[in-house]
Design a protein around this ligand. Structure first.
Ligand SMILES: NC(=O)c1ccc[n+]([C@@H]2O[C@H](COP(=O)([O-])OP(=O)(O)OC[C@H]3O[C@@H](n4cnc5c(N)ncnc54)[C@H](O)[C@@H]3O)[C@@H](O)[C@H]2O)c1
Ligand SMILES: [Zn+2]
Length: 369
């Protein structure tokens, strides 16, 4: 591995067998395959990737001329994130006579990672999975934390399991081929990490925003490292989202409603950006804001070129309706993760998600149009 590679060890105290490392570097993809063979000599690798990754040349960079059993998800993206894809992956593995010694290697964004992780969780009652995330969402968020799953025709991630990876390898150079809108939208999870947990990281983001937008490789390595450190620390404390892990949902309650009301025309990250601005308004309405966080968060989001306002065609009544059916709603109204200050999430009476009345939420939604 190259000199510049950084390694972060993740431990989940409640799951003793769960200990893995996240390796972060630039242009390390071409060196990973021998390392994977070396680290799991008794396992048979099976790659899950998608058609865009193949087109971008990343599968070839990973395996070179070796003929490795592979399932290519096609079409790429969320439309393939359903149970039939998992069935097809598992049946392909069986056709290759793969057994309990299989090692699933997921090369791709969050969609590939979630599908492959879920297939790993259920194939022959569970085989190990290694993640090689290639999007800003996957490198900051989905590849760390062990949430896997696929959508049903009714809801997202309806089939799922917690299944921690054996290792995560992040090559920030793979982001160079990622579409600009996906790239910027995915960075919102990083802004969220900074907002909920690390004021210095937020300042770093502000200072380096131009370099980040230009995909400067050394800045991206630092971004990846800090994201994984923050996410791993939160997940380590609460692997199955009983309480503190909820802070990762900052901006997501209203964000999910906006995403769904847009008919998924807005990307997840773009919707969460709007959700973070709305959360900031709620904090202000509750008198929690003594700093300039709202201005700083909005300004950073604008520099990233993501929307910060609810599109006019989305009606407030529709959002309120969606909020009342939120899957985390208690008594038909969700709780909200809020900031105490920039970099610190509010915790009251041991709780990280808080009751906010419908009236206040509705007033705050009005301010985000
Ligand atoms: N498990 C978790 O904790 C978690 C967290 C966040 C999101 N998710 C899930 O992740 C999914 C979204 O993931 P995503 O935003 O990474 O999108 P994605 O995986 O669908 O990728 C977006 C598009 O970019 C392409 N792509 C990926 N990497 C590329 C690269 N390096 N170069 C060129 N093209 C590339 C893909 O083929 C796809 O067409 C959602 O299903 C979401 O539910 C899961
Ligand atoms: Zn998210």
């Amino acid at each position: 591995m190259k000199q510049s590679t950084q390694i972060l060890d993740v431990k989940i105290p409640q799951v003793p067998e769960s200990k893995y490392s996240i390796t972060i570097g630039r242009s390390i993809l071409s060196e990973l395959w021998p390392q994977i063979h070396c680290q799991w000599p008794k396992h048979s690798p099976f790659i899950v990737t998608d058609s865009e990754l193949v087109k971008a040349g990343h599968l070839k960079t990973l395996v070179g001329s070796e003929n490795v059993p592979t399932y290519v998800i096609d079409p790429a993206g969320e439309t393939s994130k359903h149970i039939q894809t998992v069935v097809a992956i598992i049946e392909t593995m069986e056709k290759y006579f793969m057994g309990r010694d299989s090692l699933i290697v997921a090369l791709g964004g969050g969609t590939v990672g979630d599908i492959a992780g879920f297939a790993a969780a259920i194939f022959k009652r569970g085989v190990p999975v290694v993640q090689i995330p290639t999007t800003t969402v996957a490198q900051a968020d989905s590849s760390v934390g062990g949430k896997t799953g696929v959508d049903s025709s009714v809801s997202k991630n309806a089939f799922g399991a917690f299944w921690q990876s054996e290792a995560v390898y992040i090559d920030v150079a793979t982001l160079s081929t990622l579409d600009d809108r996906q790239y910027r939208g995915g960075l919102i999870e990083s802004v969220k990490h900074a907002a909920i947990a690390d004021a210095d990281y937020f300042s770093f983001f502000e200072k380096n925003i131009d370099a980040i937008c230009k995909k400067d490789i050394s800045v991206l390595e630092q971004v990846a490292m800090t994201n994984c450190r923050i996410k791993a620390a939160v997940v380590g404390e609460d692997p199955t989202e009983k309480n503190k892990r909820r802070i990762l949902n900052y901006g997501h309650t209203i964000g999910h409603a906006v995403e769904s009301a847009s008919g998924f025309k807005l990307l997840h990250g773009e919707s969460v950006a709007i959700g973070m601005v709305a959360a900031g308004r709620i904090e202000a309405a509750l008198g929690l804001v003594q700093d300039d966080r709202l201005k700083r968060i909005e300004s950073l989001l604008e520099k990233l070129g993501v929307p910060t306002r609810i599109p006019a065609e989305i009606k407030k009544a529709h959002l309120v309706e969606l909020l009342s059916t939120d899957k985390k709603a208690v008594g038909r109204w969700p709780r909200f993760v809020l900031l105490e200050s920039l970099g610190t999430t509010l915790c009251k009476d041991g709780q990280w998600a808080h009751e906010v009345s419908r009236d206040i939420v509705e007033q705050c939604l009005d301010q985000v149009y």
